[in-house]
Design a protein around this ligand. Structure first.
Ligand SMILES: [Zn+2]
Length: 313
């Protein structure tokens, strides 16, 4: 099966690569396809509504019937007064999205004809010929009025955000607290005898999240500093966990806790121990890298889509 983008394009839909959303206009009605990778839901929406409430009630019935007939692949379908929404769900690795979308388009086109629907704005519901916009991570069919409102709202947000200055001391404090949390989690899971992928992942993310929370605004410097702080704390946590392990092994010979810790450098250079240590920690490092990767991707994605509004068609 072709890629999601190719499938949408093969049935005449446009595709926004940054937000992975499909869009199309058919007889003035705006259609959008919104993919949620976490839940594997494909939401097909069309901004339109019937002329009166009686028609709306019959249309809701028709929508329920349509969904019931396909209950294996349709999670939910509804009309909220402004748009018809059909939520498809599939666990297929390479699903036939073109088929689901075409099925939705055909059904919605039938509704439009049968219940005499008019195109409308997906935000205020006013009858109009809206245009399709991407607003940050969302897609919407907006009338002229809602477009100007959203635009001035975004301009206001951008102005306020530019006024916010990064507080580095507090940001670093946040990163330290986050890093400490990751390290503690590592020590706990390690003492429980588990190789913790989750602890590594959290360690990779906590520092960044701490910086974001305390420092008000993340900059590239903040991102690098917070990832470095988390890494240092993760190493410290690993070192501490090895020390505790060592103490448990040597305490019966009368070693104290601090004496056991003094043995760590010797222990680390012992070729018999090194293999096991590397094995035990490699998943920690890999999951740290994954966590850091999530933060880096999030940072750049935020920058790209923040306060962005683009007219798609
Ligand atoms: Zn509107």
């Amino acid at each position: 099966m072709a890629s999601y983008q190719k499938q949408l394009e093969s049935i005449g839909f446009g595709y926004d690569t940054l937000t992975a959303k499909g869009y199309h206009k058919i007889n003035g009605v705006c259609f959008t396809v919104d993919f949620h990778p976490n839940t594997k839901d494909y939401i097909v929406s069309a901004a339109c509504r019937p002329a009166d409430e009686t028609a709306a009630a019959s249309m809701r019935q028709a929508i329920q019937q349509f969904a019931a007939e396909r209950k294996k692949v349709i999670k939910n379908a509804a009309f909220d007064g402004k748009q018809i929404m059909i939520i498809w769900h599939t666990n297929d690795i390479n699903p036939d999205i073109a088929k689901y979308v075409m099925d939705s388009v055909n059904f919605i086109s039938y509704c439009i004809a049968q219940f005499r629907c008019v195109p409308c704005c997906s935000s205020c519901g006013k009858e109009s010929y809206p245009d399709i916009y991407v607003i940050e991570n969302n897609i919407a069919a907006l009338c002229e009025n809602c477009f100007y409102n959203t635009q001035s709202q975004l301009a206001g947000n951008m102005y306020r955000e530019n006024q916010v200055v990064t507080n580095y001391p507090l940001g670093v404090l946040g990163a330290v607290l986050g890093g400490l949390g990751g390290a503690v989690l590592w020590v706990i899971t390690s003492l429980l005898g588990k190789i913790s992928i989750v602890a590594g992942l959290f360690a990779g993310m906590f520092g960044y999240l701490g910086f974001k929370k305390f420092g008000k605004k993340v900059t590239l410097t903040g991102l690098i500093v917070s990832l470095a702080v988390s890494f240092v704390f993760l190493l410290a946590g690993m070192y501490f966990a090895i020390g505790v392990d060592l103490f448990n092994a040597v305490k019966e010979y009368g070693f104290t806790f601090s004496e056991a810790f003094e043995l760590i450098p010797v222990y680390l250079t012992d070729p018999d121990a090194t293999g096991e240590i590397i094995y035990n920690h490699i998943f920690g490092f890999l999951s740290y890298i994954a966590g850091a990767g999530i933060c880096i991707a999030g940072y750049y994605n935020d920058k790209k889509v923040k306060n962005r509004m683009i007219k798609l068609m």
